[in-house]
Ligand binder design. Structure first.
Ligand code: FPP
Length: 249
């Protein structure tokens, strides 16, 4: 099959990186080894996304619920994040990739916050490619935070309740505040068919691709296959197939 034309390439792909633990267990390895392999996949996928022409990629790296994992796994993940940020800084600069985050990053360990701020600052002027890490992220928490900030803006007279709309409210979501567009495509690895509190409002019109491949085994071919699948879908945004035809001609 030929590659999708540029118009059919999703501009923003969001990924639930699942299956590190099972991948490790199947090989008799500690769970953290699965996460270590998962970090290697992150670099592969960020590079592959650029090669394919995907402008923004958002990775669900740590959810608000992930704090409930065993303490040694949580600290192992924080250590990997710190390692990743230190190791990738030069690569991101070389490839002109901007780093953004969504989530309550102020609750992350201080060393991780420091590295995040350093990488974000060093890459803030890049506009072509964006890597968004969802860290201490949950959709419900995001909505609660946005509602709080919106209410404060109303109280301060910066917003009028009579103007309340999706457009005005969504600017208070982490994504809206950072200028991140809605994902066109969601990929979840490792066979689970769930959203798991990830970008629930922003995925309203996203296409979804679920693959049985575990995150440590995911690579450019799997990303390309998901993009090809996206290109075969018809996105109607509430309209009919017939209505879309003139626009396509
Ligand atoms: C899900 O696998 C994965 C996570 C909860 C964390 C993902 C983190 C990484 C890939 C490494 C750190 C990320 C960056 C960006 C440096 P799971 O453990 O839930 O797998 P399982 O369902 O098989 O147990």
């Amino acid at each position: 099959m030929s590659s999708p034309s540029p118009g059919q390439i999703p501009q923003h792909v969001a990924i639930i990186m699942d299956g590190n633990g099972r991948w490790a267990k199947q090989r008799g390895l500690p769970r953290l080894e699965g996460h270590r392999r998962g970090v290697e996949t992150v670099r592969t996928v960020v590079d592959a996304a650029r090669e394919i022409g995907i402008r923004t990629i958002t990775l669900y790296a740590f959810s608000v619920e992930n704090w409930k994992r065993p303490p040694e796994e949580v600290s192992g993940l924080m250590g990997l994040l710190d390692y990743f940020l230190k190791r990738e800084l030069n690569n991101l600069i070389k490839n002109r990739v901007r780093l953004l985050t969504i989530g309550r990053t102020e609750e992350l360990p201080e060393n991780v916050q420091r590295e995040l701020n350093r990488v974000k600052e060093a890459t803030k002027d890049f506009t072509e490619w964006t890597l968004v890490l969802a860290l201490n992220y949950g959709s419900r928490t995001e909505v609660a935070d946005a509602a709080r900030d919106y209410a404060a803006a109303v109280q301060a007279g910066h917003e009028q309740l009579t103007d309340a709309s999706w457009d005005s409210f969504s600017r208070y979501l982490y994504t809206g505040a950072a200028g991140i567009p809605d994902p066109d495509l969601l990929i979840r690895t490792s066979g689970e068919l769930r959203i798991s509190n990830f970008l629930m409002l922003q995925l309203a019109y996203a296409e979804m691709v679920f693959t049985p491949v575990a995150w440590p085994e995911f690579g450019k071919a799997e990303l390309q296959a998901a993009v090809d699948e996206f290109a075969r879908r018809e996105r109607r945004f509430g309209q009919t197939t017939e209505q879309l035809k003139p626009a396509r001609a």
